[in-house]
Write a protein that binds this ligand. Structure first.
Ligand code: ADP
Ligand code: MG
Length: 693
């Protein structure tokens, strides 16, 4: 149950005075549906109205609050001319200007002969001061309410500042004082106030520095949010650990034989990852581990070796890939290696239907086959295993472990290894997974050649084409990636089709096209031709189609590279440089290029380290965009800024850990306050399902 104390702020915004259905809709679009959402809608700027000079002394262009006597109304003589009101103080004249001003209203607001306070931007017209449409008009008694620093909030079309400011002021006014959930000494060290004061302070900035992410009030609110997040993650993970797993131990026989058959030696970080994984499998708790490594760092072998541990134990293992093509690719890599040591593998995708599928599934039910590779088709109800002990989920560049865990339910207490090629900055890792165990493949397999990266304007396209013409006879095989335009597959496809046609004119029928609208079999056919060397150039729309290992590919051209995330560019670049020949990556950009876009492309040119690239991307773009906002599966923060508050995340994690060690059910005084915090940031589900009270 949500604590009563939060009741008032968890009401809809339309419960606020002056917020009807129309403004309510706009506010909902801007900030969210609840009053609490308005609390998190913090100012992005401020207007200082404390400047209150005499008219003569006023600075042109400044925002000023002036006390004047109203002299004379001059309603507009005809349409299009303004309504003017002449005012004065003892030093000079001030004209107030209104377009389409209603006389009745203006005479009521500004009666001739009376003293009024007006606030707005001072302009000079001929040799007189004027204010067009003052922001505020009031009586002398109201001057203190006008002569303030006013917060400026991010807006949305259709909403004006006045009703929004009023609504937020009312929301903040309704916010209750809440019991303190933060540690006293930590608060003292940071010079933070209590939540309620911090909230009020954050909404009433007095200077530009109050708007910065490290202003104490903002920092405290951000910390609260991060603490709620870390606490929720740890509680859920703690739950998971308590569900007992099984101890899986193999004798190492299959793994040894596989290793002997490999034409290469495992790298140090591959061996380290394998040791970590088998320790997890051996332990009695359920394993959930992330295997991170750049494209080409050799995750597949690690996955296969780990699966073999389960097979040695007499159980089964499954590997799930995000797309059909990738599932086939994994099968093509793994099956011969496994067969050579007498381990059978099946491939199950959405394409297999009827009798054929039944036969495949049957081999899993009887236990005749030890390893299943597939797409999410492995989820489906008809797929059953005799004894599934280990599941590998290959996320590739997608990210979102949460939805995929369902597969593990098919095996009693199956261990899970999630593979991702997305180098996730540490700060993001922590916010998404808390203390999820991670193995990282940091050293590249021996023999990888560095890739030469060049950044060129699109206007140099012809030069690029000429260069390719020279390279093809020497055996170059080329990926040509067209940009995602507004996420719209239609425009996207048009651009790629056009490029394909243009290149086909130059290079004839040795140019292929692959895109998301093709049927799986058609895609495969094109890919196969490219892999076999029957095509020299492969034009592709989306990232996923090039998730395939073609060792002979040596050139990657990316059009309008500035539209891609750095992580994506890094993934794409990793598709070349896999074989013996020297590879290059050409990043073509559209002009003009913004400063940030230029800096981002420079990062790509300067480094090949996926983790450095990810950190830079986070710094340059902010967290929201690093992994593609919505689909990323990362939590969205309201106040915390993952780039600006990075070190707070680590503190919040440690804090959450200590809290739960001492008070796992959150029953102490502080524990109860922390439950309120979890509700405040809408981590209710955790409190309801994972805590007993
Ligand atoms: P990832 O899945 O991380 O993108 P892969 O597992 O597909 O990378 O490996 C890329 C290539 O490197 C494969 O051809 C694989 O056989 C090879 N490879 C893997 N480990 C090593 C190693 N230790 N030494 C040399 N080559 C390796
Ligand atoms: Mg792979």
């Amino acid at each position: 149950m949500r604590p009563d104390i939060l009741f008032s702020i968890f009401a809809p915004v339309t419960g606020l005075p002056g917020v009807g259905p129309k403004i309510g809709k706009l506010i909902e679009k801007l900030a969210g549906p609840g009053i609490v959402d308005l609390l998190w809608h913090l100012p992005s700027g401020l207007i200082d109205r404390r400047y209150a000079p005499k008219v003569m002394d006023a600075t042109e262009g400044a925002i000023a609050t002036l006390t004047v006597t109203v002299d004379k109304h001059s309603p507009s003589a005809r349409r299009g001319l303004p309504y003017r009101i002449r005012c004065r103080d003892e030093t000079g004249f001030l004209t107030l200007v209104f377009f389409n001003g209603r006389e009745e209203y203006l005479r009521k607001q500004l009666p001739e002969g009376e003293v009024r306070v007006v606030s707005g931007r001072l302009e000079r017209y001929r040799d007189e001061f004027q204010v067009t449409h003052p922001d505020h008009i009031g009586t002398v008694a109201e001057i203190e309410a006008i002569k303030t620093v006013e917060p400026v909030y991010p807006m949305t079309a259709g909403l004006t500042p006045k009703p929004l400011n009023r609504a937020i002021r009312a929301a903040v006014g309704m916010a209750p004082a809440l019991p303190e959930w933060n540690d006293g000494p930590w608060m003292a060290q940071k010079k933070w106030t209590g939540w309620h004061t911090a909230l009020q302070t954050a909404h009433t900035p007095q200077s530009e520095t109050d708007l910065l992410p490290d202003a104490p009030a903002r920092e405290r609110l951000a910390y609260d949010e991060l603490l709620a997040n870390q606490l929720a993650l740890l509680i859920v993970r703690g739950r998971q650990r308590k569900r007992t797993g099984r101890s899986v131990t193999g004798d190492g026989g299959l793994r040894r034989r596989l290793e002997e058959n490999l034409p290469f030696k495992l790298t140090g970080s591959q061996q380290m990852a394998l040791a970590e994984i088998s320790a997890d499998m051996k332990s009695n708790t359920r394993m959930l581990r992330l295997l991170q490594g750049d494209v080409g760092s050799g995750k597949t072998i690690v996955a296969l070796m780990s699966m073999l541990a389960a097979v040695e134990h007499g159980a089964q293992a499954a590997l799930m890939a995000p797309t059909e093509i990738l599932a086939r690719q994994h099968f093509a890599t793994i099956e011969p290696l496994a067969e050579a040591i007498g381990v059978s593998v099946v491939l199950i995708t959405g394409r297999d239907k009827g009798k054929k599928r039944e036969a495949l599934v049957d081999r899993l039910i009887t236990g005749e086959t030890a390893i299943a590779i597939g797409t999410h088709a492995l989820f489906q109800d008809d797929v059953q295993f005799k004894d599934l002990a280990f599941v590998v989920v290959d996320e590739q560049h997608r990210f979102g472990v949460h939805q995929r865990l369902a597969l593990a339910e098919k095996g009693a207490a199956a261990d899970i290894l999630v593979m991702t090629a997305t180098p996730i900055p540490r700060t993001l890792m922590m916010t998404a997974y808390g203390d999820l165990e991670t193995s990282r493949l940091t050293d590249k397999p021996a023999g990888r050649k560095p890739i030469e990266t060049r950044v060129l304007p699109l206007s140099r396209l012809e030069d690029v084409v000429d260069r390719l013409r020279g390279a093809i006879p020497a055996g170059a095989r080329i990926y040509w990636v067209c940009p995602l335009v507004d996420d719209s597959e239609v425009v996207d496809l048009a651009a790629a089709t056009e490029r394909h046609a243009a290149l086909a004119q130059r290079f004839g029928d040795r140019v292929g096209l692959v895109h998301g609208r093709l049927k799986a079999a058609e895609k495969d056919a094109v890919m196969t031709k490219f892999a076999a060397g029957d095509l020299d150039i492969l034009v592709a729309t989306t990232v996923i189609e090039v998730g395939v290992d073609v060792r002979e590919a040596t050139v990657m051209v990316i059009e309008q590279a500035e539209r891609f995330g750095l992580a994506q560019l890094h993934q794409l670049r990793g598709r070349v440089g896999r074989g013996e020949a020297k590879s290059s990556c050409l990043l073509l950009y559209g002009e003009p290029l913004t400063a940030t876009a230029r800096a981002r492309l420079k990062v790509m040119r300067d480094t090949d380290d996926g983790f450095v690239i990810a950190e830079e991307d986070l710094r340059l773009r902010g967290a929201g965009e690093v992994l593609g906002t919505r689909q990323s599966g990362l939590p969205q923060f309201r106040i915390a800024d993952l780039a600006a508050h990075a070190e707070l995340i680590a503190v919040a994690r440690d804090d959450a850990r200590v809290i739960l060690e001492r008070d796992p059910e959150l029953t102490s005084e502080r524990g109860k306050a922390l439950k309120t915090l979890l509700y405040l940031f809408e981590r209710d589900a955790v409190v309801k399902t994972a805590l007993s009270g």
